[in-house]
Design a protein around this ligand. Structure first.
Ligand code: C2E
Ligand code: CA
Ligand code: CA
Length: 759
């Protein structure tokens, strides 16, 4: 099939190549040249024929002239003979006079003679120049005698052939008998010299243009040769009809005459055809050059097109590479957002909804930090594989970077479609992941924004999905949250707060409240927890839950933390030499603060500058932060310990609940999370756990603080189970230092012990 299609194409290609070859114009020129030569040859042939005809015509004219002249002379001489016949007594002197008149009238005669019966020349005119002739016998040969005698017998004139004249030179003689037969009285003879005759009869033009051969019988008897060269091609022989003579002559033109006869056509035709050929081949050459140039241009264009195509492919490759995340092989954020924008434009036309799901892996950062980036990458790849299983023509899964994934669901008809997808996503995290020989359960939190109600463009949708995600995280992990209008308000507030937060430290808007901790063994207040408050210029007193997470996100927490430590140290310094000088202050440090390398130095400086012993300060770290820090490096915790500050584990029980860590790194205090205490008197298992934790902590040599003690029953339970310290609203809410001092002075904080004492 291919070949059949190719054949004509290759034939035309060969033809095209032939037409474009340099031989082609040469060939054209040669064809024209040949044509010109053939034409010239034909025209020359015709020319030659014309010349031959002209020559013949010339010869005929000459022959006719000769015949006419001759007959005139023959008649003249015959008339003389007749006159002598009629008047035989004519004396010589009269005849001589008559002859002289003839000679004068006809300049061609060499001489006129009367010859007697015995063929002897008797009379002669003119005598001068011909003196020896008288007495000459003209029948000098047998042939001549016979001719003359037959002329005498018939009365017809006789013309001798060309003979050597007695008078010298070449010539011929016309004999007219005087009387016939026996009455004959000799002959009147007219002698002609050839040269003179020729000069008389032929114009000088003819004499200059032709060689004339006079032929008598078969012999050339006389020749007239011009000075110019003679053509070897042309010759014409013409008979001359004369009585008693077998004459003919051959006319040979001079080359000059021939050339004059020739027409210019053959040369002109040849020249013009050759020129035409040359022009045609030059034109062909020009056309070829143009075509070749066009072809070259075309070729360059094709090559250019090919290059452009290749570049396009490369660009597509690059685009593909650029649109794909190299680690996970999923679409990247940029591609996802472009695609989302496109999807939205289609959804708008179709009046369908689009869901954007933002997925954040819970605690991934911690895993990454503690188990290494390699581990983190492998885990990400595995998670990506499972998530990618969800992708189809309606669902696009992308990796947004960090621990975030994005899903876009098209053609959503109702919220059930999205819920279904969220269920499918949750399925991806049901089975544990196997990475580097470890098995671990991973959970994810999701924020969802739905087009058009949660945003009209891709960026808004993404931002709102992010807000929803943030809310979902706030409310505990492993959950999802749809974006709602109210979130936007909260988000606006959050952003405003973040802005205000940057001014808060400078404006000294933070204050520390103190929540007393009741020593259950001794019935005394020996320590307080410092809890920060923000005296916001417009919003009033703000709880740390409203701004600490914000400060952690923005990094401002480091400076706030420093302020807290310094404020606590100042308070301790203030309490020196007062009834409160025994109090220890516990400050809260977030994970982010612990990342600060200079933290320990700063605490030391604060203690030193306020001249406060280190053991008066306690640092509270959440279980999570504590473990992270142990896994990364012990350095920061060790240095804190070496500094002499107390270490407390905050919110114990909600995180890892792995006491193994504590065995390796003993701390001073364990704070049982409020959630356990809350229902410790109602829920059996909470009571069991609390009891177990208290025992375990004691075994590890730690004191136990119970948080969130709100009821007498809770306090009683804790006391009965030998919990060391109780903290909660039952004893006191967090209060300013002054209030604390007053309350302590009043002893009102110890009413719980009174209750206890009743038990
Ligand atoms: P936290 O460290 O667990 O602090 C105890 C929280 O429980 C305090 O909330 C306290 O007011 C509250 N609380 C105490 N007793 C009771 C009770 O009987 N019932 C109930 N329902 N709640 C009780 P607050 O002051 O709002 O602080 C919240 C969290 O903010 C703190 O939790 C702590 O994690 C963080 N925080 C407070 N101040 C600071 C600070 O200076 N630096 C850092 N990094 N975080 C701080
Ligand atoms: Ca705390
Ligand atoms: Ca706590």
């Amino acid at each position: 099939m291919e070949q059949r299609v190719n054949k004509p194409a290759s034939a035309t290609r060969t033809l095209a190549r032939g037409l474009l070859s340099t031989v082609f114009p040469v060939l054209i020129f040669l064809v024209f040249l040949t044509l010109a030569a053939v034409l010239r040859h034909g025209l020359e042939q015709q020319d030659n024929r014309q010349i031959a005809a002209n020559l013949e015509h010339q010869a005929e004219a000459m022959a006719a002239g000769l015949e006419r002249e001759f007959s005139i002379h023959v008649k003249t001489i015959q008339r003389m003979a007749e006159r002598l016949e009629v008047m035989p007594e004519t004396p010589e002197s009269v005849w001589n006079a008559d002859a002289r008149r003839y000679l004068k009238d006809y300049g061609v005669y060499q001489a006129l003679e009367w010859i007697d019966r015995n063929f002897i020349i008797r009379w002669l005119e003119p005598v001068s120049g011909n003196p020896d002739v008288i007495g000459f016998n003209v029948a000098f040969s047998e042939q001549r005698r016979q001719d003359l005698e037959s002329a005498r017998a018939t009365g017809n004139p006789d013309i001798s052939g060309v003979i050597s004249l007695k008078q010298g030179g070449q010539g011929f003689v016309i004999y007219a008998p005087v009387g016939t037969g026996t009455d004959n009285n000799g002959f009147i003879a007219g002698v002609f010299r050839m040269e003179v005759l020729a000069q008389q009869m032929l114009s000088s033009r003819i004499l200059d243009s032709f060689q004339i051969d006079l032929i008598t019988g078969d012999n050339r008897t006389y020749q007239l040769t011009p000075s110019d060269s003679i053509s070897e091609i042309f010759a014409h022989t013409e008979p001359v009809n004369l009585p008693t003579l077998n004459w003919s002559f051959t006319l040979r033109p001079t080359n000059e005459w021939v050339e004059n006869q020739r027409s210019d056509w053959p040369a002109m035709t040849f020249a013009s055809l050759s020129l035409l050929g040359l022009l045609t081949s030059l034109t062909t050459l020009l056309v070829q050059l143009i075509l070749k140039r066009n072809r070259a241009l075309l070729k360059t264009r094709i090559e250019l097109d090919r290059e452009i195509d290749q570049r396009k492919i490369i660009q597509q490759d690059v685009a593909r590479l650029e649109s794909t995340d190299t680690l996970t092989g999923l679409a990247n954020r940029r591609f996802f957002m472009d695609d989302l924008a496109h999807t939205l434009s289609i959804a708008d036309r179709q009046m369908r909804q689009v869901a954007l799901v933002l997925l954040d892996l819970d605690r991934f950062q911690m895993l990454n930090d503690s188990l290494g980036h390699q581990f983190g990458d492998e885990l990400l790849i595995k998670i990506s594989e499972r998530l990618n299983g969800l992708s189809d023509e309606r669902i696009l899964v992308a990796y947004a970077g960090g621990d975030e994934f994005m899903l876009c669901q098209q053609q959503v008809d109702s919220v059930d479609d999205v819920i279904h997808l969220l269920g499918a996503v949750k399925q991806c995290f049901e089975a544990p992941y196997e990475v580097q020989g470890q098995t671990l359960n991973v959970t994810a939190t999701m924020g969802i924004a739905v087009y058009p109600q949660s945003g009209l463009d891709a960026d808004t949708l993404l931002r709102n999905a992010d807000i929803a995600l943030y809310r979902a995280k706030d409310q505990g992990r492993n959950a999802y949250q749809f974006y709602t209008e109210g979130m936007q308000d909260r988000e606006v507030m959050r952003l405003e707060l973040d802005k205000d937060l940057s001014q808060a430290l400078r404006n000294d808007e933070f204050v520390l409240f103190y929540q007393p901790q009741l020593d259950l063994d001794r019935g005394e207040i020996n320590s307080v927890e410092a809890l920060i408050r923000w005296q916001h210029p417009r919003r009033g007193l703000l709880s740390p839950v409203d701004f600490i997470p914000l400060a952690e996100e923005s990094g401002r927490i480091t400076d706030i933390g420093r302020w807290v430590v310094l404020a606590a140290c100042r308070q301790l310094a203030q309490w020196q030499d007062t009834p409160y000088e025994h109090l220890r202050i516990a400050v809260n440090l977030s994970g982010r603060e612990l990342d600060d390398e200079e933290l320990v130095d700063h605490i030391r400086e604060a203690l030193e500058s306020e001249n406060v012993p280190a053991e008066r300060l306690e640092v509270e770290l959440t279980e999570e932060v504590f473990i992270q820090n142990i896994e990364r490096n012990l350095n920061q915790l060790s240095r804190l310990q070496q500094l002499g500050v107390h270490l407390a584990i905050d919110d114990f029980g909600v995180g890892y609940s792995s006491l193994g860590y504590l065995r390796d790194f003993p701390v001073d205090v364990l704070k049982i999370d409020r959630s356990f205490i809350n229902e410790v008197t109602k829920r059996h298992d909470d009571a069991v756990i609390t009891r177990a934790v208290i025992n375990l902590a004691h075994n590890l040599g730690m004191d136990v603080v119970a948080e969130g003690v709100e009821t007498e029953e809770q306090l009683a339970f804790l006391k009965n189970n030998h919990c060391n310290v109780a903290q909660g609203y039952l004893i006191s809410r967090p209060i300013p230092a002054v209030e604390l001092e007053n309350a302590m002075a009043e002893g009102s904080l110890l009413k719980g012990i009174a209750v206890n004492s009743e038990l």
